[in-house]
Design a protein around this ligand. Structure first.
Ligand SMILES: Nc1ncnc2c1ncn2[C@@H]1O[C@H](COP(=O)(O)OP(=O)(O)OP(=O)(O)O)[C@@H](O)[C@H]1O
Length: 265
């Protein structure tokens, strides 16, 4: 079933007094429960598209439909996880999750909210750090708290902007597998739109990878990832189908780079 539809979406920023288009005529349909990655070179508009989907910016042209209704602003059915951990430094890890849950205003009692917060902290492997403040936690732990908060809020849609890029390689792998586990285990699968630079991360996580072009500022290609799930790094990395997919994606990014360089000279 269709969840989100982008129809000819365009967006421009005012840069040094000049209107500069950064997203041009992007059309895309996303199914309910689908895990989509947006990849593409730096500056091709990935974060801008995510902000448009979050309702933090409005398209200059075209429209974005959610369940058939045009998005006009932010909404409780969309959770956002950014690259930097976005935790309130004056709140403990548990209170950060509780704060997220309180925003849902779904009539739950304080007791239920506290229990839910602890359950999600447990699920992300942070059983005993609920009373710690963000500055007492490592980057990876802080990102676990933001993931716990996002999943505890139980929004239909999760918008994630390079959430693991500031985490070291080992913790990054752990967080990727954790994200997959939470996504798979949910009663109702969330629709996830995940921005990344990382081809391997996109393959591991996604049902479909949308490659954006810096040249056209639009969708260059969409690739279905038909590797079986559940996926684990240890099993995936040496398979022929993974290597073929990886090479194809790198090829697409490379041709865009060549085209961009050609246009610049
Ligand atoms: N607030 C802003 N004002 C003006 N220009 C902006 C603003 N934010 C982004 N841009 C420009 O819009 C373009 C797209 O930016 P965006 O952050 O969406 O790209 P991106 O693909 O997410 O990049 P990266 O991978 O480096 O994070 C870039 O050229 C950027 O310089």
């Amino acid at each position: 079933m269709e969840k989100i539809r982008l129809e000819n979406v365009t967006f421009s920023y005012l840069q040094q007094g000049v209107t500069a288009p950064v997203v041009e005529k992007v059309s895309l349909t996303i199914r309910e429960g689908e895990f989509i990655s947006l990849i593409g070179p730096s500056g091709c508009g990935k974060s801008t598209l995510l902000r448009l989907l979050a309702g933090l910016s409005r398209p200059g042209g075209g429209r974005i439909l959610l369940n058939g209704t045009e998005i006009k602003g932010t909404g409780h059915e969309r959770g956002v996880v950014f690259q930097h951990y976005a935790l309130f430094p004056w709140m403990t890890a548990r209170d950060n999750v509780i704060f997220g849950l309180q925003q849902c205003r779904d009539g739950r009692s304080r007791k239920e909210i506290e229990a839910t917060a602890q359950r999600y902290l447990d699920l992300v492997g942070l059983h005993d750090v609920g009373d710690k403040y963000p500055n007492q936690l490592s980057g990876g732990m802080q990102q676990r708290v933001t993931i716990a908060r996002a999943f505890a809020m139980d929004t239909d849609i999760l918008l994630m902007d390079e959430p693991f890029s500031a985490v070291d390689a080992r913790n990054r792998m752990k967080l990727q597998e954790l994200l997959l586990e939470l996504w798979r285990a949910g009663q109702k699968k969330k629709t996830v739109i995940f921005v990344t630079h990382d081809v391997d991360e996109a393959i591991l996580l996604s049902d479909r990878i949308v490659v954006l072009s810096a040249c056209s500022k639009s969708v260059k290609e969409q690739i279905t990832v038909d590797l079986p799930r559940p996926r684990h790094w240890s099993e995936l990395a040496n398979t022929d189908s993974y290597t073929a997919l990886r090479n194809r994606l790198i090829g697409l990014l490379f041709t865009d780079l060549v085209e961009e360089t050609r246009l610049a000279v």
